[in-house]
Design a protein around this ligand. Structure first.
Ligand code: AHG
Ligand code: MN
Ligand code: MN
Ligand code: MN
Length: 354
């Protein structure tokens, strides 16, 4: 049952997490999720304020050092800053054992004092190429339980035990996620979260500085009228995908509808719109980049968990994203995600059904 929100007792994210934990004492991890989410939401409020004032505080643009991250991307000042903010918030939650970030070459072991038995994977600032133009960006996070069964002997490589434990604990399939969410920094600041029991959306109320439940039990429409791809890459797409998008343009599809195109260039914003309005988002592999651009661990898997929990589909084009076991922390993975009927139509075309 979704707790009720009223003016005199706003259903804040904090209260929601307490209530869900109290109402579902059988659900393991909910007590820990409660304190984890208070750390994560604090970090996201801080990142929201950094993003909204970037132009005023000279925090737009690239890192002065010209640093290149492990992805080969030139880091924005806010990529680095938001990474520090989130790392510290998670470290001092006392629940975290290991954290992996887009902006960290290797996973980071949280020092003993504060160590807990969860693993966080995150993209501290998604869509950071949009930051200087004041266009929507976001933070994406996923939470796993730490694999205590990691034996150094399981691995051939010679890196030391700590590193092994660290690495092993981050490379889990999306199906192991116990929680996933994103915070979108746009015309409103929205936190969308799942702990495996549906998806809920909270909007930051600047008057009280709290995320308030505004979108209880989000379900994605079974079909939409919007497709969202970077069509500049379409000459390199496989012919089936080109044909599928062509059919969305002409109306020659199962819905008999001519679609519109929307592409913001921030995964968080494009997926959030797809979640609420329906339709399909894709960053497919192509001839140049067979694994596409998005990172499996902290972009594709958390987003797939959320969209599946809302009744949608998330596929690599060949298999369910959440079944893929990463073999590298920053591994890229093709992603086609959105409304059940939209994505199923593409999958059926790949299977040769008309
Ligand atoms: P990030 O800013 O975290 O590196 O992610 C950027 C990603 C994702 O947000 C977006 O969907 C995609 O890059 C856009 O890529 P293109 O600019 O190649 O379309
Ligand atoms: Mn990046
Ligand atoms: Mn990203
Ligand atoms: Mn990023």
């Amino acid at each position: 049952s979704t707790p009720v929100h009223s003016d005199t007792s706003p259903m804040t994210l904090t209260r929601y997490m307490i209530q869900v934990a109290m109402d579902n004492t059988d659900l393991e991890h909910m007590q820990d999720m409660q304190s984890l989410m208070s750390s994560i939401q604090l970090a996201c409020k801080k990142i929201a304020s950094l993003v909204q004032r970037a132009g005023i505080t000279n925090l737009t643009g690239y890192e002065d050092s010209g640093s290149i991250n492990v992805q080969g991307e030139e880091q924005k000042k806010l990529d680095v800053l938001s990474n520090e903010v989130l790392k510290n918030a998670l470290r001092y939650s006392g629940k975290m054992g290991v954290i992996a970030s887009e902006e960290e070459d290797e996973p980071v072991m949280v020092d003993e004092v504060y160590s807990g038995n969860y693993v966080a994977v995150f993209d501290p600032l998604d869509g950071s190429s949009n930051i200087d133009a004041g266009i929507a960006t976001g933070t994406i996070f996923g939470i796993f339980v730490q694999n205590t069964g990691c034996l150094a002997s399981d691995w051939e490589s010679k890196i030391d035990e700590t590193e092994l434990t660290c690495l092993y604990n981050t490379m889990q399939p999306g199906a192991n996620l116990v929680a996933a969410g994103y915070c979108m920094y746009s015309s409103s600041v929205m936190m969308v979260l799942t702990t495996g029991h549906g998806v809920n959306g909270f909007t930051l109320d600047p008057q009280i500085g709290e995320f308030v439940l505004t979108h209880p039990q989000i379900t994605i429409p079974s079909r939409g009228k919007i497709y969202s791809f970077n069509e500049a890459n379409s000459p390199q797409w496989d012919p089936v995908l080109r044909d599928y998008v062509e059919k969305l343009k002409t109306g020659d599809n199962r819905a008999g509808v001519k679609y519109s195109s929307r592409y913001i260039g921030s995964l968080v914003a494009d997926v959030h719109r797809t979640l609420l309005y329906g339709g399909v988002f894709g960053y497919p592999g192509d001839q140049k980049n067979p694994n596409g651009k998005l990172r499996l661990l902290y972009e594709c898997a958390p987003m797939s968990f959320i969209v599946e929990q809302a009744g949608g589909i998330a596929t690599t084009g060949k298999e369910r994203v959440m079944d893929v076991i990463p073999d590298a922390v920053h591994q890229r993975m093709p992603l086609i995600i959105g409304s059940k009927d939209d994505v199923q139509e593409l999958l059926d075309m790949y299977a040769g059904d008309k």
